[in-house]
Write a protein that binds this ligand. Structure first.
Ligand code: TXA
Ligand code: MG
Length: 314
């Protein structure tokens, strides 16, 4: 691994891109101060240039480099949840490139919780901009082989760090205003954040800044995904077509054209398996992937959000 980190550093210095594991999903990293590297992220991902990138850092002290006017809420949240699946939106320091911020006055920052990400960030010594290592609008990869499948030869190096523990992208909290706002739900829930800050957290503003994860059709497999409140609905409308069903209860679907996948009842385990399962099913040419709705509590928010987006018609 030492050798790979050294190799990664050489590539990043030259404006290349390196995929690396984090606890949420794999990131496609470039030096956040290197214009060529940043441009390469957009061309590899086929992502619109005005969608901002998250800068990954190794230590909370680096907030002072990348951000200004940092509110105490940022330190309260950072000290509690970092390293971990939380991204803070802060006012950017003047030098931060428009390629990172999408031309906005803010920057997203996070300290990931993965030994390889930590080793890379520590050794490189400056922030790495890293969106999820998928093509724009597709499922985020949670294994190194999924990154290779997604990006093929377009990525200069993939650091393999096994399957991501969390499995869905970080919670994004904008702390630039009077009240913190959750821009993207993640596995750190609104409830946990409001407990730590000892205040109510607002939902997303209508005119929230551009967040590519907030596009309607995002995180989507190629196969159409449909959400259903109960798997019985599927039996009713059943045809000859091959279907996949994601449910949380062992089901009584016995039809030979239906592949029934039983998902965990616990949200942490569900999130861990979600993208990997959808990615596997996507290869099997089902007519539709039906997904049983998940509970309404706040600990399922991130999963509900990703399922809704996967089910949005493209
Ligand atoms: O878990 C994660 O956050 C993963 C891993 C690799 O860290 N990264 C990730 O990056 O999901 P990406 O680019 O796929 O999604 C980051 C989201 C985007 O929707 C982007 O628009 C938003 O963060 N974002 C970044 N900077 C922002 C800013 N200044 N204001 C508002 N949204 C921002
Ligand atoms: Mg993404």
């Amino acid at each position: 691994m030492q050798h790979s980190i050294q190799n990664a550093i050489e590539i990043l210095k030259k404006g290349g891109v390196v995929a690396f594991p984090t606890e949420t999903v794999y990131g496609l990293g470039a030096d956040a101060k290197n214009e060529a590297g940043l441009k390469k992220i957009f061309s590899v991902k086929k992502r619109p240039m005005n969608h901002p990138l998250i800068v990954h850092i190794a230590d909370i002290s680096e907030l002072l480099i990348w951000a200004r006017d940092i509110p105490s809420a940022a330190y309260t949240l950072g000290s509690r949840f970092w390293p971990g699946p939380l991204t803070l939106i802060l006012k950017k320091a003047p030098f931060v490139s428009d390629l990172v911020t999408g031309g906005q006055d803010t920057v997203g920052l996070r300290i990931p919780n993965h030994p390889i990400a930590y080793e890379l960030l520590k050794a490189y010594g400056t922030g790495l901009a890293a969106p999820s290592a998928n093509r724009f609008g597709k499922l985020s990869p949670t294994t190194a082989s999924a990154v290779l499948e997604e990006l093929k030869g377009d990525v200069d190096l993939i650091l393999d760090g096994d399957q991501c523990m969390v499995g869905v992208e970080s919670t994004i909290v904008d702390v630039t205003g009077m009240n913190p706002v959750i821009l993207r739900p993640g596995m750190i829930s609104e409830l946990e954040i409001s407990k730590v800050l000892q205040r109510e957290i607002l939902g997303k503003k209508k005119d929230a800044p551009r967040v590519s994860g907030s596009c309607d059709s995002h995180y989507a497999p190629e196969t159409p995904v449909r959400l259903v409140s109960s798997v019985d609905q599927i039996n009713n409308g059943c045809s000859e077509k091959r279907l996949a069903v994601l449910t949380r209860s062992s089901s009584n679907i016995l039809s030979s054209n239906i592949n029934c996948v039983v998902m965990p009842c616990d949200p942490t385990a569900y999130a861990h398996n979600l993208y990997k399962t959808l990615r596997l099913l996507d290869k099997e040419n089902y007519a539709v992937i039906f997904v049983e709705d998940v509970p309404n509590d706040s600990c399922w928010d991130a999963i509900r959000d990703r399922l809704k987006k996967a089910a949005t018609l493209k």
